[in-house]
Structure formats: structure tokens, C-alpha cells
Design a binder for this molecule. Structure first.
Ligand code: HEM
Ligand SMILES: [Ca+2]
Length: 618
């Protein structure tokens, strides 16, 4: 690419190609296939496994390991890096912003849906008997247990964990290509998700999951029905090998989704899974009414193709400009249409997955509100009290109330602090009362070390900022008081963890995030588009939409989706802006007037038709 902003134009490393050469399965492709495959293979006809599930993350810069291969990075003077928890205690905790954002909470679950669409780093916290691993507290012994190299030491004067008789937070190393019988040098990490934005968390990234989710009738996905007759993802009893129930929630239910690891992680992501499951089935009813002869397979694939297109459109036109800024996105060339090129890798960068996208963990709110028909808050819950526990969702019209809460409640701005609960009490794998929970920020900083991320200074330089020779050179993007704190923790400016620097950068003009974060996000999102032969606006491919269909797709917002399949009756035009329905009643539009989706362009006959769907009001 000739765009000077494009960091991929200076890419030298591509471990994904190494994997393809040595280990990727050989795949033969049908160049005329109209629909994308489930695991993402055959999107690229030159290298058929490019961007497929179970291929490596792409490294933008060389891996940084202590031994050049796998051990955790050390500081430049040879000493160990500061404890991730100490970094949170000293720099980030207790400085949350007490003002709200102009965007609403809905931005959060949609962002997370995208995050899990393009990224899934496997790992385990269970031994071969299915028991939670407890890492040895003795440092020397611990170093012999390779999974435990990432355990985080608690500072003795820790404001929260200091009260418990605990020494380490159990965080485990991720699986590597070696777990896939593919040893690569240096250690390479695999992405279990299709790396394209293709709703893989709704449909699955492998055939086994996809088969399980399909009803094999009318193109629909399997679903379950709640007591009040609403449609939800299929209920399953519990997750294999994991006891998520706690004394607070002894009998939770779980949903089966295309993202079995994360579909129940918090109420927001479960709501998104529910939304797109319903929307898929809604579309199949509409298409069947127009084309009574279509097979289950055609209905499934056509509805899937529309769902993916709509998620892509929302991602690029409604979501991304808020995060990285309109002008930057335009200058980066992300807005250009029909830019597919088979030489662009769509692989998620390790820098995005393990750092830059996680900057948005700072917008996780304390609470979700449930709002009634009059847009009054009926009740609120702590996000951290309902991790891996979606049982509220199907009860008493709660799903509609939660969505209304997302639309009406202002979110948290990106900031150099995670909320206090998620920084201390993220409890999702144990019901042990002696264990207060995990610190998401410690997990995130540690994950960066686990996967061998380059340092902040290196990445900032890759993004066009000057290489800092000493801490003070960071003044162009980081406040002096934070630079002083960094100096107290790290030996050199070349030791700073990527996520730590990203969180401290001041937001760029017009963006939620700072200059290095937006550069890493822009790089991957450019490539998710330019490297996807099935991207919704790509023309002259067997799977391209007709110009008339494309016109319809381009108009569909999350508002259309909500109006079609929930009891929300008014929505805003900018779906991620927080608008108080009671203060600005005129700024919301009525679902009945403005949000009908016209599927007639998918009819193979000339008869127009509009039917009511079972389950859905329109
Ligand atoms: C309530 C909301 C959320 C919670 C509780 C949450 C929690 C988590 C947890 C526990 C992990 C695994 C960390 C690890 O072991 O490395 C994770 C991973 C991740 N999160 Fe979040 N998250 C939330 C929202 C978001 C949002 C809004 C984004 C932004 C786009 C995001 C981006 C990511 C990414 C990219 C990963 C890595 C995924 C992978 O490759 O496996 N998360 N999150
Ligand atoms: Ca995907």
C-alpha cells in the first residue's frame, strides 16, 4: 500500500506464512463458491488458509521473549518486569473519571462482539482432571510449571488483596502452535476464530459448532423459548468441565452460541448473541415467504450473508469512526469502497488482540440498567455479579429492558483506569469465598508478556511517533505525572508494556483512544476489509450483492435490527449516542415509521410480499 499511514507496508514479519508453509492443512477451493466457508478457508484463493480459524495471529513486530523463544520478557537491565498488579496499583487504580461519555452503553457489547469475532486466544486454567490449577506460591517451584510462569505476585500492601492471605493471582500461559503440533520459532500463538469480521461468534468458527447450532429446517438456527414466549439461544445445562455456579447463583443456565467460550461471559455479550440469533431467524422467515422454493441451505446461507454484511457495515460506519475518529479513518483509506486485494492478510494482529483492542476494557461500566416501557430504570445489576451467569436475560421481559438500558445510559469514556470491580472482583472461574477475584488489568498486562508483545516504545515508533530515548520523550502523548510514575516502576523507557503505554496516551483529536492505539486498530480493520474477498461491498465476486441489495444493506442500522426483533419501539438514528428518551422525546424515531427492512430485492419472483413472522411483531 502507498498510504504513508499504513504500518503494514513496512511489515517484515509474517509468521502466518511460516505456519501455512509448514503446518496448515492443504485445502482445495471452489473459486465459484457463493458463500464464505465456516472456518474462513478459501476466502483467499492464493493462500486458502489465510485468515482461517486456527491459524496464527499476525505479528507486526518481532516477538519479545526473555530467551528469544518463549520465556517472559525481562527489562533491558536483565531484571524481572514489575508485577502487573503493582503497575495497576501504582498507576491506574483509583483514578477513574467521574463524568460520562456522549456514547451509550450499547457501544460496549457491540465492541465485544467484534472482539470475539476476530480474536480467540486459547488457553486453559484446568488440569487434565478438570480441576482448576493452583500455581505454587514458591517462586522457584513455580518457574518449573510452565503454565504458571504468568502468575502475578500481589504487592504486600495491595489495597484489596493485601487483606487476604494470598501471594499470587493465578493467570496461565496461553496455548501455542506447539499445542497444534506445529512448533515454530519464536513461539507463535493461534487464533481459534476466523480472522474476518464474519459473525463467527454467531455461526461458529468450525463445522462442529456450526452443525450443533443449525436447526436444518427453514435455514434457521436452533433456539429455545422462554416462559413468556420469546426466542433465545439454545439453553444448555452447564459448560463442560467448568463449575461456574457460585453461592449467589446456584442454578444458572447457559446458552449455546457460535462462541462457546464467551457467549455467556457477561449479560452484554449474551444480549448481542441473542440479538443476532433472533435477527438471523427473522431474516429466514422473510426470505422463505419471498422464495418458498429455497432450501434450508440457501435460506441459512443467504440470511447469514445478510447478517454478516450488516455487522460489517455497522462496524465500519457506526462503530469504528467513534473509536479511531472519522478523519483518521478516512485518511487511512478504510472508507474506500471495494478495496479487496488478495495480497492483503486479514489476520488479526497480536498487538490488536492482546493490547490495543483491550484498551476498551476501560469502558466496562460498573452496572447495567434494566428499563421499563416508560424508560424508567426498574433495577440495575453489577456487571461483575453476573459473569458467566446469564439467567436474568430470559426472565420477565428483561431482555427488552436491558436493551433499553443500553440505549439510554451514557457509557464510560476510555480512560487510564478500569472500573474498580473489574480490577479486583472479576470472578468467573471459582466460587471460593477466600478468593476475591481476578484483576482484568493484571490479566491484560500479563497476557501481553505471555504472547511476547513488543514494547510500547517500539509500537509507538512503528506508528510514526518518534522513538523515545528516555521517559521524557513520551511527553508528546503522555502526561508528566504519569511519566514520573512509569519511571518509578520500569528501568527504562524501552521496558514499558504495550498496554500500559496505550492506556496512558491522551486521546487523539476526534477519537476515543490515543495515537498508537488507533493506529493498531486501524491497521487490523483496514486489513479485515481489504483482505476479505467476501466483504459486503466487494463487487464482481460470485458472492457479491446486487447493486439493489447493496442499497438496502447500506441503510440497515442496529435500530432496524432492534425494531425487528425486540419490543423496543423507538430508536435513535446514531445508535451509539446516548439519548435520554424522556428529555428528548422528539430525537427518537418510531420503529413503525422508519425502520422497516425491505427484503424484496432478495425475491426470485417479481411479486412483492411482506409477511409477519412467527415470534416477531413485524
Ligand atoms: C463486560 C465486558 C467485558 C468483560 C467482562 C471482558 C473480559 C475479558 C476477559 C476475562 C478476557 C480474557 C483475558 C485473558 O485471559 O487474556 C477478555 C479478552 C479480550 N477482550 Fe474483553 N471483556 C469485556 C469487554 C470487552 C470489550 C468491549 C472489548 C473491546 C473491543 C474487549 C476486547 C477483548 C479482547 C480483544 C480480548 C482477547 C480475546 C482473545 O483473543 O481471546 N473486551 N475480555
Ligand atoms: Ca470471525
Amino acid at each position: 500500500t502507498k498510504n504513508p499511514l499504513h504500518i503494514s507496508s513496512v511489515l517484515k514479519i509474517n509468521n502466518a506464512y511460516e505456519y501455512v508453509k509448514r503446518c496448515a492443512p492443504k485445502v482445495s477451493c471452489d473459486p465459484n463458491a457463493k458463500y464464505r466457508s465456516i472456518n474462513g478457508s478459501c476466502n483467499n484463493l492464493l493462500i486458502p488458509t489465510m485468515g482461517a480459524a486456527e491459524t496464527p495471529f499476525l505479528r507486526l513486530l518481532d516477538a519479545e521473549f526473555g530467551d528469544g523463544y518463549y520465556k517472559l520478557r525481562k527489562q533491558t537491565n536483565g531484571s524481572a518486569l514489575p508485577s502487573a498488579r503493582l503497575i495497576n496499583d501504582k498507576i491506574f487504580m483509583g483514578r477513574e473519571l467521574y463524568h460520562v461519555d456522549e456514547n451509550n452503553i450499547l457501544l460496549l457489547p457491540f465492541a465485544q462482539l467484534l472482539a470475539h469475532d476476530i480474536s480467540g486466544l486459547p488457553g486453559t486454567s484446568f488440569d487434565k482432571h478438570g480441576k482448576l490449577i493452583i500455581c505454587p506460591t514458591d517462586k522457584i517451584v513455580r518457574e518449573t510449571v510452565s503454565l504458571c510462569q504468568t502468575a502475578v505476585e500481589y504487592p504486600p500492601d495491595d489495597p484489596v488483596y493485601g487483606k487476604y492471605n494470598l501471594t499470587i493471582m493465578n493467570i496461565f500461559r496461553s496455548s501455542t502452535s506447539r499445542n497444534y503440533n506445529c512448533p515454530l520459532f519464536p513461539t507463535t500463538f493461534m487464533n481459534v476464530k476466523t480472522q474476518f469480521i464474519d459473525a463467527s461468534d454467531v455461526y461458529g468458527s468450525n463445522e462442529n459448532v456450526t452443525k450443533r447450532l443449525r436447526l436444518m429446517e427453514g435455514g434457521r438456527l436452533r433456539s429455545s423459548v422462554s416462559e413468556n414466549g420469546q426466542m433465545f439461544c439454545p439453553f444448555i445445562g452447564s459448560k463442560e468441565g467448568v463449575q461456574f455456579t457460585s453461592e449467589k447463583h446456584p442454578h444458572s443456565i447457559y446458552y449455546d452460541t457460535g462462541d462457546p467460550d464467551n457467549g455467556n461471559q457477561n449479560l452484554g455479550i449474551t444480549a448481542m448473541q441473542t440479538l443476532f440469533l433472533r435477527f438471523h431467524n427473522y431474516i429466514t422467515y422473510k426470505l422463505l415467504a419471498l422464495n418458498p422454493n429455497w432450501s434450508d441451505e440457501t435460506l441459512y446461507q443467504e440470511a447469514r450473508r445478510i447478517v454478516i454484511a450488516i455487522i460489517q457495515r455497522i462496524a465500519y460506519e457506526d462503530f469504528l469512526p467513534i473509536v479511531i475518529g472519522d478523519d483518521f479513518q478516512e485518511a487511512y483509506g478504510i472508507n474506500n469502497e471495494n478495496i479487496y486485494s488478495p495480497t492483503v492478510s486479514p489476520a488479526t494482529s497480536q498487538e490488536l488482540s492482546s493490547a490495543a483492542f483491550r484498551v476498551l476494557h476501560s469502558i466496562i461500566p460498573y452496572q447495567f440498567k434494566f428499563m421499563n416501557e416508560d424508560y424508567k430504570t426498574e433495577f440495575s445489576i453489577n456487571v461483575t455479579d453476573y459473569l458467566e451467569n446469564p439467567k436474568l436475560i430470559p426472565m420477565n421481559n428483561n431482555f427488552d429492558k436491558l436493551i433499553k438500558g443500553f440505549l439510554e445510559t451514557p457509557g464510560r469514556p476510555v480512560q487510564p483506569s478500569y472500573n474498580f470491580y473489574i480490577s479486583n472482583f472479576m470472578r468467573n472461574t471459582t466460587s471460593d469465598n477466600q478468593f476475591p477475584g481476578l484483576d482484568l488489568m493484571s490479566v491484560d498486562i500479563t497476557r501481553g508478556r505471555d504472547v511476547g508483545l513488543p514494547t510500547f516504545n517500539q509500537v509507538r515508533h512503528l506508528c510514526g511517533l518518534p522513538l523515545a530515548d528516555d521517559f521524557e520523550d513520551l511527553l508528546d502523548s503522555i502526561h508528566l505525572k504519569d511519566i514520573k510514575k512509569l519511571k518509578g516502576l520500569y528501568h527504562s523507557v524501552n521496558d514499558i508494556d504495550l498496554l500500559v503505554g496505550l492506556l496512558l496516551e491522551k486521546p487523539s483529536e476526534g477519537a476515543m483512544v490515543g495515537p498508537t492505539t488507533r493506529c493498531i486498530i486501524a491497521d487490523s480493520f483496514y486489513r479485515f476489509k481489504a483482505g476479505d474477498r467476501f466483504f459486503y461491498d466487494v463487487q464482481r465476486q460470485p458472492g457479491s450483492f446486487t447493486p439493489d441489495q447493496l442499497k438496502v444493506i447500506k441503510k440497515i442500522t442496529l435500530g432496524h435490527v432492534l425494531c425487528a426483533i425486540t419490543n423496543v419501539d423507538h430508536v435513535q438514528t446514531s445508535m451509539f449516542k446516548a439519548i435520554d428518551h424522556n428529555l428528548f422525546p422528539a430525537s427518537k424515531l418510531n420503529c413503525d415509521d422508519d425502520f422497516r427492512i425491505d427484503f424484496n430485492k432478495w425475491s426470485e419472483s417479481t411479486n412483492d410480499s411482506d409477511v409477519n413472522c412467527p415470534f416477531f411483531k413485524k
